[in-house]
Design a protein around this ligand. Structure first.
Ligand code: IDP
Ligand code: MG
Length: 138
């Protein structure tokens, strides 16, 4: 069993797509073991996206991710990191395959609805940024 951190980004909330996007993770048979709605602070966003510091899209990315409420979840299942990223599709909506979340609900580069951890190490770091042990259910 593996776990990953998923963020339903501000555009997902604003466009009222939460239910339909969460449905896809549930339909796949994955388990939600923690979930909350919050607004990401600048400081937290800097930690989340430290890897991208200095890139041309870094500042607009921080502005976007802090622009409104998000829903943060821990999702568990066999190979959950990979499975979730497959369900999400490629980073840019215009490149993401039909049938994926990003492929079906957008065509943007930045406004791509959802974040998912990209490795086991990143997943554990990201889970630690958003959840205290007591908030995670088994
Ligand atoms: P990922 O979310 O698929 O892992 P990353 O390369 O880690 O993609 O980029 C983090 C986020 O930064 C993306 O989800 C997207 O919102 C934004 N982003 C990445 N590359 C670009 C770009 O070239 N232009 C605008 N936004 C970008
Ligand atoms: Mg990434």
């Amino acid at each position: 069993m593996e776990r990953t951190l998923i963020i339903l980004k501000p555009d997902c909330v604003q466009r009222r797509l939460l239910g339909r996007v969460i449905q896809r993770f549930e339909d796949k048979g994955l388990t939600i073991s923690a979930m909350k709605m919050m607004q990401i602070s600048r400081k937290l966003a800097e930690k989340q996206y430290a890897l991208h510091k200095g890139k041309y899209f870094y500042e607009p990315l921080l502005e976007y991710i802090t622009s409104g409420p998000v829903v943060v979840m821990i999702i568990e299942g066999p190979r959950a990191i990979d499975v979730c990223r497959k369900l999400m599709g490629e980073t840019f909506g215009f490149a993401a395959e039909a049938g994926t979340i990003r492929g079906d609900f957008g065509a943007s580069t930045r406004f791509n609805l959802v974040h998912g951890s990209d490795s086991a190490e990143t997943a554990e770091t990201e889970i630690g940024l958003y959840f205290k042990p007591g908030e995670i259910l088994d």
